[in-house]
Design a protein around this ligand. Structure first.
Ligand code: ATP
Ligand code: MG
Length: 669
């Protein structure tokens, strides 16, 4: 096998095939490349059959990519015989095969978020009246934490009254899941571990099956994942972990950066290799990012130099407001494409949260620039956005029955399918709209008294909004009022509780309100009076613009960008209230936010742009904002200009030119 594409340190790692190996190094130093090459070499040297190789990655996409890369070297047949998966999908495999030993049939089901809450509620009802009155989400979080800590229902230590309640629910919840042959997401890691502990022959089967274990992004493993890796690798010790403690960004999900730092102590005789050359990015990007992450106290110091050498400085841009920032960024993206310098596929926009993408999506759609969202759904296709827009569409046009039907379910207004059918019959008979029948529910044939009342209630709720929205005064305020009235946020909180998806869902709602705010503000600035109809039209046009799937410009969150690289990266909307995120700061997570910023910067190969607005629109007012403190941590020599001072320089240059021009103009006779 040709190892000429590797440097001395990388080669050393690839050639080390027996015993534990840790590769600890900064971003872009070739950790994933080394891991991939090493697997190929093991197979080529016939140290193991492809079936005996286990490679664990952080996402399914990363697994797929790794298989493709390995396939290019050893052939795709061999690559397909290997197990290249995430911890969770390996868990599914183990349970499908051996779950029977812990009472789980091969065709067990994995619970969705919704189903899990329903099961928790049931378990609570089985646990007594006081517990039944509690919040299922709270118990859900407590049980999930216990599971991540490797605590089963029967080993859960209940000391306080609260813990005793949790233990009860945990036990009943486990029984229910077992009875129904279902598991939750945490079980996919916890149950295989239990299997291994309770049934040594299953453990031995896996120990024999996988003779070489390699794990990428080890800094983001949790306790149970670490234990699983340890138990499988114990007899042969052929385990390789690669990672970078500076890129640990999932501690909020139970990941422990200490796992990677403790690796050499946990695996006796471990060989630790440090890689010191960054092959991905220019000098400016590598050192600029180092400058930031070095501010963290809890880290292992590393030296890293750029193989690519010096190129362009990191560019910062301060937009007058968010619109200006969006325009500027999209202009750059388009110019790179138009001039043939970088096609859309080579560029990426990175965001702190998914909801922030809306503003860019709008502009990209209007300009017909192809884009895709990596690992996410477009803002316009999210459930909350569709729910709220359904209300607005219906208030704007009562003939829009599709929207009305959706509105009737959010929240569920108890109007039965049979009643709706009866109302539709009347529509046909009278050639009127569904809404018109709602205004006179007594005319609907065969409607029960209660149903008649419910339709009447809905009509009296909706009518004032229809009138108010038609008047068009204070649209943003009306939307706020509506959301409070239907208790939309509360409903979302109730359904999704403390699930991971709750925060992004709430952020989508805020973002839609923000879109309305911004629309009203811009219309007024232009001197026109904003109307609901125009706002919706604007949205419909944008939504209707088709975007290419899977190709074009990539939009992704900082979290999802881990392990990836792009020639051109724009980190956008970097205001100090976005990154560091105030929520993360509450939990003392400044260092993790800084790591997230570092992960973002180190995705760029050639050009890195950091952009932020000078002001943001909030409640029909323009508020001044500050750029992220992390931008100030970048050593000045790697920036095009000190943040904030560039505008002053540009102004000086402009006024000098202007002065010169004027002088020339007036001095010529
Ligand atoms: P991250 O920490 O972001 O996951 P990494 O350490 O896993 O980064 P890789 O993705 O493996 O880094 O490598 C970064 C880039 O450098 C890739 O494009 C890879 O192909 C390239 N690369 C790695 N090693 C070398 C080398 N010796 N010569 C040339 N290019 C290399
Ligand atoms: Mg990598």
């Amino acid at each position: 096998m040709d190892l000429s594409g590797l440097d001395t340190h990388q080669k050393k790692a690839v050639l080390h095939t027996e015993g534990p190996l840790l590769v600890l190094a900064g971003a872009g130093s070739g950790k994933t490349r080394v891991l991939t090459y090493r697997i190929c070499r093991i197979v080529e040297k016939k140290l193991a059959k492809p079936e005996e190789i286990l490679a664990l990655t952080f996402t399914n996409k990363a697994a797929k990519e790794m298989r493709t890369r390995i396939g290019r070297i050893v052939g795709s047949t061999a690559a397909h015989r290997m197990t290249i998966a995430t911890f969770h999908s390996l868990g599914v495999r183990i349970l499908r095969e051996y779950g029977q030993y812990i009472g789980l049939k091969g065709d067990f089901k994995i619970l969705s978020d919704h189903e899990r809450i329903a099961q928790l509620k049931k378990a609570m009802r089985h646990s007594g009246k006081t517990i039944a009155r509690g919040k299922p989400q709270d118990y859900g979080v407590a049980i999930s934490l216990a599971k991540n800590d490797h605590l089963h229902a029967h080993t859960f230590d209940a000391l306080t009254p609260e813990e005793r309640k949790t233990a009860k629910v945990y036990t009943n919840y486990t029984k229910l899941l077992q009875k129904q042959q279902t598991v939750d997401f945490d079980d996919l890691l916890l149950l295989p571990l239990r299997l291994f502990h309770e049934h040594p022959h299953v453990r031995d089967a896996f120990r024999q099956r996988y003779r070489y274990i390699s794990i990428d992004e080890f800094q983001d493993t949790n306790t149970v994942q670490m234990k699983l890796a340890r138990i499988m690798a114990e007899p042969h010790g052929n385990i390789m972990a690669v990672g970078d403690d500076d890129q640990g960004i999932y501690s909020w999900r139970g990941a422990k950066i200490t796992n990677i730092l403790r690796f050499p102590y946990l695996f006796a005789g471990c060989n630790t290799i440090y890689l010191t050359t960054n092959y991905r990015s220019s000098e400016e990007i590598v050192q600029g990012a180092q400058g930031v992450v070095q501010k963290n106290r809890e880290r292992k110091a590393k030296t890293i130099i750029s193989h690519r050498g010096s190129h362009d400085p990191i560019v910062t841009y301060r937009g007058d407001d968010e619109d200006d920032e969006v325009q500027w960024v999209v202009d750059q993206v388009y110019e790179f494409h138009r001039t043939g310098q970088y096609c859309y596929d080579q560029q990426a926009l990175l965001f702190r949260t998914n909801a922030h993408m809306r503003r860019f999506e709008e502009e990209l759609r209007l300009r017909r620039i192809p884009y895709h969202i990596h690992g996410g759904t477009s803002f316009f296709d999210r459930k909350e956005v569709k729910d709220i827009l359904a209300y607005l569409h219906f208030f704007n046009n009562q003939e829009d029955e599709l929207s009305l039907q959706r509105v009737l379910k959010v929240p569920d207004r108890g109007i039965s399918a049979a009643s709706l059918k009866a109302a539709e019959e009347l529509c046909i008979e009278r050639s009127c709209s569904l809404w018109e029948t709602f205004l006179r529910p007594r005319d609907i044939h065969g409607l029960q008294g209660m149903q008649c009342e419910k339709i009447g209630e809905f009509a009296s709720f909706a009518q004032p909004y229809i009138t108010a929205f038609q008047k068009g005064e204070n649209l943003a305020g009306l939307l706020d009022k509506l959301l409070n009235h239907i208790q939309y946020r509360e409903t979302v909180r109730k359904i999704y509780g403390k699930e991971k998806s709750l925060e992004p869902r709430l952020a989508n709602i805020d973002e839609l309100c923000h879109a309305m705010d911004q629309y009203v503000y811009t219309a007024k600035k232009k001197g026109s009076s904003p109307t609901l109809g125009e706002f919706l039209q604007h949205f419909t046009i944008i939504k209707g613009q088709e975007t290419d799937q899977g190709s074009g410009l990539t939009l992704l969150t900082l979290h999802k960008s881990k392990g990836l690289e792009f020639p051109v990266v724009f980190m956008v909307l970097l205001d100090d209230a976005v990154i560091p995120s105030p929520k993360a700061l509450e939990g003392g997570g400044l260092e993790e936010e800084r790591r997230l910023f570092y992960v973002g910067m180190t995705r760029a190969m050639e050009k890195l742009f950091l952009t932020y607005p000078k002001s943001k629109v909030f409640r029909n007012k323009s508020l001044e904002v500050r750029e992220s403190r992390f931008i100030h941590e970048i050593p000045l020599e790697y920036l095009d200009a000190p943040p904030g001072e560039k505008e002053e320089e540009e102004f000086q240059e402009f006024s000098q030119n202007f002065f010169k021009e004027m002088q020339e103009k007036f001095s010529t006779p």
